[in-house]
Structures are given as structure tokens and as C-alpha cells.
Write a protein that binds this ligand. Structure first.
Ligand SMILES: *[C@@H]1O[C@H](CO)[C@@H](O)[C@H](O)[C@H]1NC(C)=O
Ligand SMILES: *[C@@H]1O[C@H](CO)[C@@H](O)[C@H](O)[C@H]1NC(C)=O
Ligand SMILES: *[C@@H]1O[C@H](CO)[C@@H](O)[C@H](O)[C@H]1NC(C)=O
Length: 434
């Protein structure tokens, strides 16, 4: 438990990619004997964008870097026409997010007054176009661009940066709204990663809110400590992804929209974003009031219930989580059960939360008020850390092992524990044994 918390807490973006081989690229820190630039020298990137597979590309002049590790290569090796057509330099790039549209997941490159669309690294028919034709109302000679899906922005949009102005382009209505964010540095590239927005400037970056432009926390930060593998860099030093055999969870949940998370000590990790890599963040970044971890978490309709000691915090689920007014309340007041509890889960389309406390399972109907817990049913297992119910059935996590049951009835009537299975990197982003 100790080790897992310590190793996950101060984490380095690229380290989590162990569990997500999509980001992998040849490892190397820039070969001193070649003429290729080394991003560990401190590069001001022209553009940064993921491709349709979730691999992040960093561009500078005629070069690109693929993923968070590895050395430079000529851009035209990955994007054929890029070098000769674009004269070896892009102004801005982003990956289209517009699921209802055939352009979804295409990468767009901007150079002077032209736009180029690629899918699967092939230039699409009809491109290049003028920016005026492809994105009417968006200025030429851009500095940066980043996609902003509905939920994070009002509608599926693109933020185009030029100087201190941000031109917010609504993809379906083609309406452009211009804002001035003078407090932000001029971004030479912009990047959305795991629902967070980053403005890159010089060798630094600043995280901002995509609607308000607000910056919280201590910025700028040096990109070399977070977005690339550089010798003797990275905050926290010595960060390693935990081995799967050392994993231990506090809580795990999946909500109605399919977002899934696990929680351990002060950190959480989103689990359904493996295309773009996985990364651990402090819980307080998304749930500001949860300052000392959780015992159990479950999701019901559009709410997330987070339990710690004898308190329940209820958050409304949206692009961001907001604490419902009047919370936290005590467990006995809210759910009719005394804390502390070990784990809790709700199965899809059910109104009952199943709460595990010691070796007992209690049911609370969330549709009746006041709420009360049924008498406890004895489980075949004890010391459960976390539990999840999804389309595959119920998973109970204990240390680095998990147990599967098809239904709650089977869970409470079987007297024999099913076979323990080890958690995998695909499930939890941990590191398989070498
Ligand atoms: C890429 O560009 C370099 C330098 O401009 C050129 O020598 C090389 O032939 C190009 N490679 C491809 C695959 O087009
Ligand atoms: C990067 O940020 C540091 C502060 O964190 C600042 O001292 C430095 O001047 C910045 N460098 C550039 C190139 O913006
Ligand atoms: C900054 O903090 C405020 C208040 O907590 C919050 O509403 C806003 O979303 C935060 N912005 C970012 C970029 O996290």
C-alpha cells in the first residue's frame, strides 16, 4: 500500500505509458553524433497533437517527436507531404473531435493561410484548402490550435490561438467567437491531454481552463519535467509505475457515461482513456473537498458518491464534478449505515447500492427515503478493498488480486471463493512483471 501511494503520487506523465503501449517509440535521448535536435535541450514546439491512435506528436521545424520518449525524426517520414508542401514548419495542429462527423479524429495542420487534413497519416482528398474555406472566420498565420469537445466547451469546438486572442470555432455552426486572454503567455502550441488543456511557450507550459482561460496553481512549468523523458529530470525523481503485483486500491467506480476511475491514497487515475495514455492525478484536482482519500466510491444516475470514514460526499457528474449543496453528510444520515465501509458498488440499471463492510454485504435502496440498510449477508471473502459492477459482472479487488461473480445472488450464496485472478496492466495501468 505504502509503496503504491508513494510511487504514484508524484508522477511523471510519460511513466504511465508503460501500461499503454500506444505511446511507445524507440527510446533515446537524442543522439549527440547526429544533426537531429534534442528536445531535452529545451525546444519551443510549433505544434503538438495526438493522432487517431492516441500517439502524441511534437513538431519543430522539419522535425517531429513521436510519443513522450524517443528522438527526433523528419516529419515527412510520418506525414508524407508535410515537409515539401509545408516548407518544413507547421503553425498549429489539432485532432478533430466531432463524433457525428466523418472528420472525427482527423489531424489538421495549419501553415500560413492553408489547412491540411490527415487521417491514418494520409493526406485527405481535397486538401490543402485555404483556412477561409475550411474554417471560415479563423485568421491565417496561427500560433496554436487545440480541440475542445462538448462538455469541456459548450459545443464541439476548436480553440485557435494568435497572439493573446483565442478564436473559439464552433464546429457545427461555424460561428467564431474571439476572446482575449492577456494573462496567458502567447502559446506557440496547445495540447489537450486527458481532458486537461496546456499552452506551450518556450520550453515551458501553462495549464488553462478551456472556457474561461483561468490558470490555477504554479505555472509556467518546464515541459521537460512532464512531457518528455530527459536525463535527470522529472518531478519527484525515481517515479516508477507500480508493478501489478504491488497494486492495492481504495476504491474503483464506473459512471453512467462510461468514465471509470480508481482511487488510492491521495491520487486517482482515469481508466477508460488508455488511447491517450493513463496518468495519475491528485484527487483534489477533480474533487477539491476530498483531501484525505476515500474508503469507497460508487456512481448512481448522474452522481458520484465518495465515502470517507463516516462521511459521504455527493458530486454531480458533468465535465467537472461539483459537490452537491449540503454535503458531506454522515453515512448514517445519508445511507442508514454506520461507517467506516470497505467498498461499495451499484450494478448498471439498478437502484441498490451494495456496501461491503468487513465480511458483510448490506443493500441500500437509493430510490426510497429515508434510506435504510438491509441486514448484512455474509460474504465468502473478507478484506475487500474495492468493488465494481459492470457489464461483465461484479469484481471484488483484494490487494493485487480480483474475484469475479456474475450476480449479487451468486456472491452472497456461494460459500466458496472463486479463483483469484491477478490484476493486469490493461485493467489498471500497472506494470507487468518483466
Ligand atoms: C524528407 O525530407 C528530406 C529533407 O527535406 C528529404 O531528403 C527526404 O527525401 C524526405 N523523405 C521523404 C520520405 O519524403
Ligand atoms: C520558464 O518558466 C520559468 C519559471 O518557472 C522562468 O523562469 C523561465 O524564464 C521560463 N522560460 C521561458 C523560456 O519562458
Ligand atoms: C481554477 O479554480 C476554480 C475555483 O476552484 C475552478 O472553478 C476552475 O475550474 C479552475 N481552473 C482550472 C484550469 O483548473
Amino acid at each position: 500500500m505504502e509503496l503504491f501511494t508513494k510511487t504514484l503520487f508524484l508522477c511523471l506523465a510519460l511513466a504511465m505509458t508503460h501500461g499503454a503501449p500506444v505511446q511507445d517509440a524507440p527510446v533515446g535521448d537524442g543522439d549527440a553524433s547526429s544533426a537531429l535536435p534534442d528536445r531535452c535541450d529545451g525546444i519551443e514546439f510549433d505544434a503538438i497533437t495526438p493522432d487517431e491512435k492516441g500517439i502524441t506528436f511534437f513538431f519543430k521545424g522539419p522535425y517531429l517527436w513521436r510519443g513522450f520518449r524517443g528522438s527526433a525524426q523528419l516529419s515527412n517520414e510520418s506525414f508524407k507531404e508535410l515537409d515539401d508542401i509545408l516548407n518544413g514548419h507547421v503553425d498549429a495542429a489539432f485532432r478533430m473531435h466531432n463524433p457525428d462527423n466523418p472528420d472525427h479524429d482527423h489531424i489538421y495542420f495549419f501553415m500560413a493561410d492553408k489547412v491540411y487534413s490527415y487521417y491514418d497519416h494520409v493526406l485527405e482528398d481535397g486538401y490543402p484548402k485555404t483556412i477561409q474555406e475550411g474554417f471560415p472566420g479563423v485568421p491565417t498565420h496561427l500560433d496554436a490550435a487545440v480541440e475542445c469537445p462538448r462538455g469541456e466547451c459548450m459545443a464541439d469546438s476548436v480553440l485557435f490561438f494568435k497572439g493573446n486572442n483565442v478564436h473559439v470555432y464552433d464546429i457545427s455552426t461555424k460561428v467564431v467567437k474571439t476572446k482575449t486572454w492577456s494573462h496567458l503567455p502567447v502559446c506557440t502550441s496547445a495540447f489537450r491531454w486527458l481532458e486537461h488543456y496546456y499552452c506551450f511557450h518556450g520550453n515551458n507550459f501553462t495549464r488553462f481552463h478551456p472556457v474561461t482561460g483561468h490558470v490555477n496553481g504554479t505555472y509556467p512549468k518546464d515541459a521537460r519535467n512532464y512531457f518528455m523523458a530527459c536525463p535527470n529530470r522529472g518531478h519527484g525523481g525515481g517515479y516508477t509505475t507500480p508493478k501489478c503485483s504491488e497494486v492495492e486500491l481504495d476504491a474503483i467506480t464506473i459512471d453512467d457515461t462510461g468514465k471509470s476511475y480508481f482511487f488510492k491514497g491521495p491520487i486517482y487515475m482515469r481508466l477508460d482513456t488508455h488511447r491517450d495514455g493513463r496518468h495519475a492525478f491528485p484527487i483534489t484536482r477533480s474533487w477539491a473537498e476530498i483531501t484525505s482519500g476515500v474508503d469507497a466510491v460508487f456512481s448512481f444516475s448522474d452522481k458520484m458518491y465518495m465515502i470517507k470514514d463516516d462521511k459521504v460526499y455527493i458530486y454531480k457528474t458533468g465535465a467537472h464534478y461539483t459537490l452537491v449543496q449540503g454535503y458531506p453528510k454522515t453515512l448514517s444520515e445519508e445511507l442508514g449505515i454506520e461507517g467506516p465501509v470497505d467498498a461499495a458498488f451499484v450494478c448498471p440499471n439498478e437502484n441498490i447500492v451494495h456496501i461491503i463492510k468487513g465480511q458483510d454485504l448490506f443493500d441500500v435502496n437509493l430510490r426510497v427515503s429515508p434510506r435504510s440498510a438491509t441486514a448484512g449477508l455474509l460474504l465468502p471473502l473478507s478484506n475487500i478493498d474495492a468493488a465494481l459492477c459492470g457489464p461483465e459482472g461484479i469484481r471484488l479487488f483484494r490487494g493485487s488480486m480480483y474475484y469475479e461473480y456474475e450476480t449479487v445472488l451468486l456472491l452472497t450464496t456461494s460459500r466458496i471463493a472463486p479463483i483469484a485472478m491477478p490484476v493486469t496492466s490493461a485493467m489498471l495501468g500497472c506494470r507487468d512483471e518483466e
